[in-house]
Ligand binder design. Structure first.
Ligand SMILES: *Cc1c(COP(=O)(O)O)cnc(C)c1O
Length: 240
């Protein structure tokens, strides 16, 4: 199957999941995650109509984003979805449109300062570690609905981050545990959905975006309210 065919197939599956979840397909943005894939593959995807591309390493963005921008007139929106080390934050502000992986107040402050210096606005999502796995980045969100200290920690961080200049906090991002069963995966996505409601009502702010769902679980994520699915392998093929 070609990349173009893969995109159509993923879009169809999103539409079917929307029908099951009684959701509008226009409310779900497909982001193709091109990590470890070439600029040529990204160009094929954009030519096939994909509008959003994500990378998880700053270095890959540095090498591929300028190549892609130079080669094609259609503008894609670039999402950073992996952990950002603070010394690489300046490249992120230069290259990406959205940072989905804000995982500390410090990183948010740094990106905000750099965005002010660059006289631009940067869209941002807060990455929440809902599953509690030690291997995952993100603000600690495990069991937030039962553990008042966890919710308080999230609210404190959120209140600081939404005040930062030139950083527009648009929503939350999470990852389900690798290889988890369906009910565990749904619970992680449902927890993020409820956390969004909680943060919005506690602070009278708006968080329109929920980024959740990858190749193995994007249909469940859509049924649970995802507005952004981050799909790599089902579009670009297996990684080596
Ligand atoms: C790799 C990656 C994806 C896509 O994973 P697939 O399983 O290939 O769909 C999504 N989100 C993040 C943060 C990733 O690192």
């Amino acid at each position: 199957m070609s990349i173009a065919e893969n995109i159509r197939r993923v879009e169809d599956r999103i539409a079917e999941a929307c029908a099951r979840g009684q959701r509008d397909p226009a409310a779900v943005t497909l982001i193709g995650i091109s990590k470890q894939k070439s600029a040529a593959d990204i160009l094929r995807a954009i030519e096939a109509g994909l509008k959003h591309i994500g990378e998880n390493r700053v270095e890959e963005g540095i090498s591929k984003i300028p190549q892609v921008r130079e080669a094609i007139s259609e503008a894609a929106t670039w999402h950073m979805v992996g952990h950002v080390q603070s010394r690489k934050a300046k490249h992120v502000v230069k290259l990406f449109d959205v940072v989905q992986s804000i995982d500390s107040v410090r990183l948010a402050q740094r990106l905000s300062r750099l965005a002010v210096d660059a006289e631009r606005e940067l869209d941002a999502l807060l990455e929440i570690n809902v599953s509690g796995e030690a291997s995952k980045y993100g603000f600690q969100g495990y069991n937030w609905y039962q553990d008042a200290a966890v919710l308080e920690g999230l609210l404190d961080a959120y209140r600081v981050v939404i005040q930062l200049p030139n950083l527009k906090v648009r929503g939350l991002m999470t990852m389900a545990p690798l290889g988890a069963d369906e009910s565990t995966t749904r619970r992680v996505f449902g927890d993020l959905y409820e956390l969004r409601e909680e943060l919005q009502s506690a602070t009278k702010s708006q968080l329109p975006e929920l980024s959740m769902g990858m190749t193995d679980d994007f249909e469940l994520a859509v049924e649970e309210g995802s507005t952004m699915v981050r799909v790599g392998r089902a579009i670009f093929g297996e990684r080596t």
